[in-house]
Design a binder for this molecule. Structure first.
Ligand code: PBG
Length: 332
């Protein structure tokens, strides 16, 4: 026998059996806490695969109802719609056209959902502009903050008229929450909620998304999205958005910004969501396709980490599939 004292404190007791581990788990994922981003492309009849996001497609208006129905059947909380228009111009006219792809898709999704899940829309001009920026440009080619607010207000109204219940403001213009809130309230859309992408970082992880929406971005977004090194500024942006009337705030991307997420979760009086973006999806899919990581375990771990850091809800391209695993009891 060794004379070393036996440990009296043994954390391993709580890890011994599956039943004990299940009981002491601090972080669970419920399907209702997941939101599925969906791309809808104008002018196609069948879904189009997205090369850099294996398993994700650009839906057609015809295939959209089934995607919404599957999501609802899986029990997830909502879908976030993105439009991929056929025509783009400098002002992003398609965004404010009632017959523009995103507004039409919203009507289709609202009908398919029939109240089973929340239909949300991305409120940003980048999918609709020919230069690919999130706003309109001034005569020197810079993104014009205040002229863009006018466009966002008009876009928000069209989305509300189409039936969107939650507007996801992802453009990172100053004053965007207040501008859209005022426009909605003026037109009696007082019940339409605002999800502010408050702390949205200028990230390399949006790469596959730009394929998904076929964006041809000229330059970069560093004059409006946050510098990846800035933690305090992420919290500040969230506080400003709450002050302006945001109903929910979001941190994006998720995985590389868990500290910002934890800060915002600790300080916020409104729900805090996180967006596990296209590049985060693509990395796990690519590594799993090579057999380098266990796909299912990595997906679950990545989403659990985001929840553990403080996200109430996670937007993830795996939402429907993950909800299926949860229902099977695969997550314990
Ligand atoms: C802007 C927007 C972007 C994403 C969501 N909304 C792209 C960007 O800011 O460049 C990225 C989402 C993802 O990468 O999954 N409309």
């Amino acid at each position: 026998m060794s004379s070393a004292p036996l440990p009296r404190v043994r954390p391993r007791r709580l890890r011994e059996t599956p039943a004990m581990r299940r009981l002491v788990s601090e972080t669970r994922i419920h399907p209702a806490e997941l939101v599925l981003p969906i791309f809808v492309r104008e002018g196609v009849s069948a879904p189009v695969p997205i090369a850099s996001m294996p398993g994700v497609v650009q839906h057609s208006l015809e295939s959209l109802p089934e995607a919404v129905a599957d999501a609802a059947a899986a029990g997830i909380g909502g879908v976030m719609l993105f439009g991929v228009p056929e025509q783009r111009d400098a002002r992003g006219s398609g965004a404010t056209d009632p017959d523009g792809i995103l507004n039409v898709a919203t009507r289709v999704a609202v009908e398919a959902s029939a109240g089973r899940l929340l239909v949300q829309t991305d409120l940003c001009l980048d999918e609709f502009t020919d230069h690919g920026h999130c706003g309109v440009l001034d005569d020197r080619g810079r993104v014009d903050n205040d002229a863009t607010l006018v466009r966002y207000a008009a876009m928000g109204l069209e989305q509300a008229r189409a039936g969107s219940e939650l507007l996801g403001l992802s453009g990172m213009m100053d004053g965007q929450v207040a501008a859209v809130r005022e426009a909605l309230d003026d037109q009696d859309f007082t019940d339409v909620a605002i999800l502010a992408y408050s702390a949205k970082y200028a990230s390399a992880y949006y790469g596959p998304f730009r394929d998904a929406v076929e964006s041809t971005l000229e330059g970069d977004r560093r004059s409006y999205q946050l510098d990846p090194g800035n933690r305090r500024e992420g919290l500040r942006e969230a506080m400003i958005d709450i002050e302006e009337g945001a109903d929910i705030v979001m941190v994006k991307p998720a995985g590389s910004y868990l500290d910002v997420l934890a800060d915002v979760a600790a300080a916020s009086e409104v729900p805090v969501w996180a967006y596990q973006v296209s590049g985060e999806y693509a990395m796990i899919e690519a590594a799993a396709a090579h057999g380098w990581i266990d796909r299912k375990r990595a997906v679950i771990e990545s989403v659990r980490g985001i929840r553990r850091a403080g996200a109430d809800v996670v937007l993830t391209y795996w939402a429907t599939e993950l909800a299926g695993w949860i229902r099977n009891g695969d997550l314990a």
